[in-house]
Design a protein around this ligand. Structure first.
Ligand code: 6PG
Length: 246
């Protein structure tokens, strides 16, 4: 059965971030009454640098952050104070501005040995999430899209990380050769909610290939298909400009 994709197209990246923040509020609210905490895995890169400040501005006093546990979809194998660190970027643009208990923040230890850290991080994820099919279930996974079709740190040609039975794996950026740690596609597709956020004209080509292609593309992002649930794409007008409206 073809999985449904929900596409939300916004006139600007700011209005996208505002819509995203309100949807996040709605999703977290559903968990406020439940016993357990809301678990979310965030992506890094540049897109979150405008998203996170707007999430903070709109939600810092409207969400009980004590009931939210934050993880990362992937991390560069660098220390937290390295400009490349996804944790460091999230700290700067979001975590330092909200009242979230330190024990609710589960960073990948980028300065550790990658293979050992992938194992440790997998165990930490298991400790704080519910599971289904022997894999952790994040309530929300937020993904970006690389212009080569990668997502998380799963790169084209490295699809072993996509179908891996592991929870997190090490990977290597094909151009910079930077070592990464990433959750696997199996975990991504096990999430209750998967939200992509893609902005800018530079992404229009890859977005159209993924949406207008025949679904056989080898892009890791095109393999994101939640086992139970719907994947939502938050696009600004520029990133969406080549999508053929069917
Ligand atoms: C990372 C991200 C990565 C990112 C895409 C899009 O560690 O770089 O997790 O998957 O989401 O590369 O990056 P931009 O938002 O910078 O375009």
């Amino acid at each position: 059965m073809k999985k449904e994709k929900v596409i939300k197209i916004f006139p600007s990246h700011v209005s996208l971030a505002e819509g995203f923040a309100e949807d996040l509020k709605g999703l977290v609210d559903k968990f406020q009454a439940s016993e357990r905490s809301f678990t979310v895995a965030l992506s890094g890169g540049n897109t979150p640098k405008f998203l996170y400040p707007i999430i903070s501005a709109r939600l810092k006093n409207r969400i009980s952050w004590a009931k939210v546990h934050i993880f990362w979809v992937d991390e560069r194998c660098v220390p937290p104070d390295d400009p490349e660190s996804n944790y460091g970027m999230t700290r700067q643009f979001l975590l330092d501005t909200i009242d979230i208990p330190p024990e609710n923040v589960h960073r990948v230890i980028g300065e550790a040995l990658p293979d050992e850290e992938a194992l440790r991080y997998s165990e930490e994820i298991v400790s704080f999430t519910v599971s289904a099919g022997n894999l952790p279930v994040f309530d929300l996974v937020v993904l970006g899209l690389g212009d080569d079709g990668h997502t998380a740190s799963i790169f084209p040609g490295n699809n072993k990380s996509f179908s891996s039975g592991k929870i997190s794996e090490t990977s290597i950026h094909p151009v910079s050769r930077q070592r990464r740690i990433t959750i696997t596609g199996s975990v991504i597709n096990n999430a209750a909610n998967i939200w992509f956020i893609v902005t800018g004209a530079s992404k229009a080509g890859i977005v159209s290939e993924i949406f207008n292609g025949d679904g056989t593309s080898d892009y890791p992002a095109s393999k994101v298909s939640p086992r139970n649930g719907v994947v939502k794409w938050y696009l600004d007008k520029e990133a969406a400009r080549l999508i053929q409206q069917k």
